[in-house]
Design a protein around this ligand. Structure first.
Ligand code: HEM
Length: 433
């Protein structure tokens, strides 16, 4: 039996109603409203957010016995979400992110050393694996305050469990969803879990021991765990989200020589201007690199939909419909990002779509890779800095090219339901003379 990938399911539905602002669909027995119109999307996630404060997860997703992340921001609802978001926000202020800069830089340096070492024996690098390890190290140091060195050791316990959590079988999730339509008690009595128990137990014990150590020894560090020590709560562990985009980015850059050359020129100019430290001012001046990141996020947005639920009855302005309280909403961001109406020739990688001039012209609701409004991604800036730093280091030293093992085009329908490359990404790294 083969399950249709989410990307194909939503694509089919989105394209079936090209002239409609919204349409309906069923997921299992639950009716969903798909919003296709960017103006209405913007109302729902930004302007009229107070009517749509939740993502609409329930059943197995909000039961801590089945979903160990039930109390994370992603799944929390209403007042509990608001309080948690308020607390965690203080860990992601621009100043806090700047203060993590040195730690991220250190991880990027480790990755560079690791690449240099590998290139003594081969000229091909497994980019997906390398970037995954880099992301794990960044999260380990910025969130947990731990030096993990997964870049050196891909088989570390931390990396192994992170991979296990984020490479879930879609079939298992499907099975749990079917069983929950029969009875939530049945799912519980079968002791089924959305995330593998050994891996979640591992992260809890790591996190608990970090917190205990800090409390017992009065250790205060400048990282996200400190916020949580004070909040005494759990954090959404979002490791692999970043690396999914980062390796896609290397792949695209390898296949687009003119983009790579332009990017390298900008990076070198800024190194001359700000010095080789790659500090925050350097990052702020990477305008073209930001355009490349945005274009990558448009084409490969990690998740294909945003989810919301009407928490109050909503009279849709200028439309003959009312969205009833409890109605679940799907926002097909991947389809909008790839709709020729908003992005002509969407399959072509063109960072110029994100020039300052084009950004001014862009309609709200047509570029939402990190979501938008009060429930927007909390780690956006951290993820961007992580990507910009490693990109700058790699491109000043190496030219990246496709090799015979590079998959073209990239298969992005991997087993987890996220948008992520299905197979390893092999690229050729050539030292710049
Ligand atoms: C390229 C990397 C990333 C992408 C594309 C991404 C994308 C997203 C998206 C689309 C959402 C849903 C937003 C919405 O519903 O409006 C989200 C939520 C979230 N993300 Fe990210 N994310 C990334 C990395 C990260 C990182 C590194 C962290 C933390 C260290 C993080 C923390 C969160 C949190 C906490 C939420 C839930 C926010 C809430 O409900 O209040 N993300 N992310």
């Amino acid at each position: 039996m083969k399950l249709e990938h989410q990307v194909d399911t939503f694509d089919r539905i989105y394209k079936q109603f090209p002239d409609e602002k919204y349409c309906g669909l069923y997921k299992m027995k639950t009716p969903y409203l798909m919003i296709r119109d960017p103006e209405l999307i913007n109302k729902i996630i930004v302007k009229d957010f107070s009517y749509f404060t939740d993502r609409g997860f329930d059943g197995v997703y909000t039961d801590p016995a089945i979903n160990v992340m039930a109390n994370s921001l992603l799944f929390l609802k209403g007042q509990k979400w608001r309080m948690m978001r308020q607390k965690l926000k203080s860990g992601f202020t621009p100043n806090k992110i700047i203060s993590m800069h040195d730690k991220i830089n250190e991880c990027a340096e480790h990755l560079m050393k690791n690449i240099d070492e590998k290139l003594k024996h081969t000229d091909q690098i497994q980019v997906k694996q390398a970037m995954g390890n880099y992301s794990t190290d960044v999260i380990g140091t910025c969130v947990f305050g731990l030096k993990l060195d997964t870049i050196k050791n891909d088989n570390s316990e931390f990396r192994k469990h992170a991979k296990k959590i984020f490479h879930q079988s879609r079939f298992k999730l499907f099975l749990i969803q079917i069983l929950q339509t029969i009875s939530l008690k049945l799912v519980k009595s079968l002791k089924l879990q959305l995330f593998p128990r050994d891996s979640t137990t591992f992260f809890y014990s790591v996190f608990k021991s970090v917190i205990n150590h800090r409390e017992e020894n009065n250790v205060v560090k400048n990282d996200l765990t400190q916020i949580l020590v004070e909040a005494k709560k759990e954090l959404l562990f979002n490791d692999n989200l970043t690396d999914k985009n980062k390796f896609m980015e290397s792949d695209i850059i390898a296949l687009n020589k003119h983009v790579q050359d332009k990017l390298r020129k900008e990076i070198n100019t800024n190194i001359e201007k700000h010095g080789a430290q790659l500090n925050n001012n350097f990052i702020m001046d990477l305008h073209y690199a930001n355009m490349v990141l945005n274009e990558t996020a448009r084409m490969y947005s990690i998740t294909c939909v945003l989810l919301r639920e009407a928490t109050k009855m909503y009279n849709v302005p200028d439309e003959p419909i009312i969205i009833e309280k409890g109605q679940k909403i799907i926002i097909p961001l991947y389809n909008i990002h790839n709709d020729p109406k908003y992005y002509p020739d969407p399959q072509i990688f063109n960072p110029e779509r994100f020039s300052t001039e084009q950004n001014f012209k862009r309609m709200n609701g047509t570029f939402i890779p990190f979501g938008d409004g009060p429930r927007m991604c909390l780690g956006k800036r951290l993820a961007e800095i992580e990507m910009l730093l490693i990109l700058s280091k790699v491109l000043t030293k190496y030219e990246i090219l496709p090799c015979e093992k590079t998959e073209i085009p990239l298969d992005i329908k991997n087993g987890s339901g996220f948008i992520s490359s299905k197979n390893e990404i092999w690229l050729n790294f050539k030292l710049i003379a």
